[in-house]
Write a new protein. Structure first.
Length: 150
């Protein structure tokens, strides 16, 4: 299915397509803006939780050492692959998936991954960002989102 939409609503459209189930298994719906637009045409925005909690917290912490190694690994891999003009990797505060962390979310595709390690970053970039495949071993199932660990 090909959609023509205004660039400002691209993210909303992709998320709505995923919500309606029109993309199999929440697969990536790639919608690319016209390159002549004044707006940056990012195909993916990766938010990496770098929240820190006290070591005694029963919820866990996505970045217990506070060194942002996972975020740095994503930024380096995106740069190494020459994707900086279309893919952003940024720190995020708490994504409220602490028990399933470290967590990331990729928008506008709304792909949630949990238990992400630095070693997973090249595979996530290759398979999800470039190839458009969901990594089932890292995906947080819908019924576990919002801290419903099973």
């Amino acid at each position: 299915m090909i959609l023509e939409v205004q660039p400002l609503i691209l993210s909303r459209v992709a998320i709505e397509i995923n919500r309606q189930g029109n993309c199999p298994k929440r697969a990536c719906c790639f919608i690319v803006a016209d390159q002549n637009d004044d707006m940056a045409a990012f195909t993916h925005h990766i938010f990496i939780c770098v929240n820190q909690r006290d070591s005694k917290s029963d919820r866990g912490s996505c970045d217990p050492k506070g060194d942002e190694r996972l975020r740095d690994a994503f930024k380096s891999e995106v740069k190494r692959r020459g994707l900086k003009t279309t893919v952003r990797a940024n720190s995020a505060g708490c994504l409220d998936q602490c028990e399933l962390g470290p967590t990331i979310v990729i928008y506008p595709q709304a792909i949630w991954y949990g238990g992400v390690r630095v070693e997973d970053v090249p595979r996530i970039v290759e398979e999800t960002i470039i190839q458009g495949r969901i990594l089932e071993d890292l995906r947080i199932p819908d019924d576990q989102l919002n801290c419903k660990k099973k």
